[in-house]
Design a binder for this molecule. Structure first.
Ligand SMILES: [Zn+2]
Length: 251
């Protein structure tokens, strides 16, 4: 780290659990953020500000006026832009040293596989089940830690599937494909603006801990937030030994 970096990250370096070593790890790491919306915006902001070396930001959408209520990377000047370009511009203004690679397309197939393989941590900030399952399968395949968040109306949830360890549950263990409860979307149901900030920020915190190698992650625990009552609940997660994604073939 040069003098500027030592200053910029000094409040992290002061933390004994992080220190110079943890900060160096962040600077060398690469995170994949799928979705530059309500969850992806705060997650990307904190990862870039905190010094993660490289961020791959993936989203096929363009910025719309209805996004600005909660998607805090975007602003009036970038309405109509691809969200990932709007995000890159905002992040570069705060921390030009963080290299942001914008992918303005749906992440699937070989691209998804390659990006997950190249990442040190994956943040699922998407808004639909098919993407969530595809990301999970790729993370299981490449044994990458997956930080998963969701927010709708006043309800949020967040957890970590630390798929570096075969004994840990995956997304499919928790939400089996095909049994998906009906898809509810913010466009139809609405979403409380700061809820997405809270959940996306928890995702950033978990990703930073995983990258720096400090603390204990949310692996094995699902946090549920009712932001109307502002009550958190924690549920223990168990691996499904018959899970077709992470179970049979690996045990
Ligand atoms: Zn599983």
């Amino acid at each position: 780290m040069d003098d500027q970096q030592l200053l910029r990250y000094s409040r992290h370096i002061l933390l004994p659990q992080l220190g110079v070593e943890g900060q160096e790890r962040l600077l060398k790491s690469q995170a994949l953020i799928v979705g530059a919306g309500g969850l992806g915006c705060p997650a990307a902001l904190y990862l870039a500000n905190a010094g993660v070396g490289r961020l791959v930001l993936c989203d096929a959408d363009t910025v719309d006026l209805t996004n600005l209520q909660r998607q805090i990377l975007h602003h009036m000047g970038t309405v109509g832009w691809p969200k990932v370009e709007s995000g890159r511009e905002a992040l570069a203004r705060i921390n030009p040293q963080c290299r942001v690679e914008p992918l303005n397309r749906r992440l699937e197939g070989k691209l998804l596989d390659d990006q997950v393989a190249a990442a040190d941590v994956v943040l699922d900030c998407s808004d639909n089940f098919s993407t969530r399952h595809a990301i999970n399968r790729a993370c299981v395949r490449h044994r990458k830690p997956l930080v998963s968040g969701a927010a709708i109306r006043f309800d949020g949830q967040v957890t970590v599937f630390d798929l570096r360890e075969p004994k840990n549950a995956c997304y499919h263990c928790l939400f089996p494909e095909g049994q998906d409860v009906e898809e509810v979307r913010c466009a139809v149901m609405g979403v409380f603006a700061p809820l997405t900030g809270i959940i996306g920020t928890v995702q950033a915190a978990e990703a930073l801990k995983l990258l720096a190698g400090c603390g204990e992650s949310l692996n094995g625990r699902l946090l549920l937030l009712d932001s109307l009552a502002m009550e958190w609940r924690s549920i223990r997660l168990a691996k499904d030994p018959d899970c077709p994604v992470c179970g049979g073939s690996r045990s």
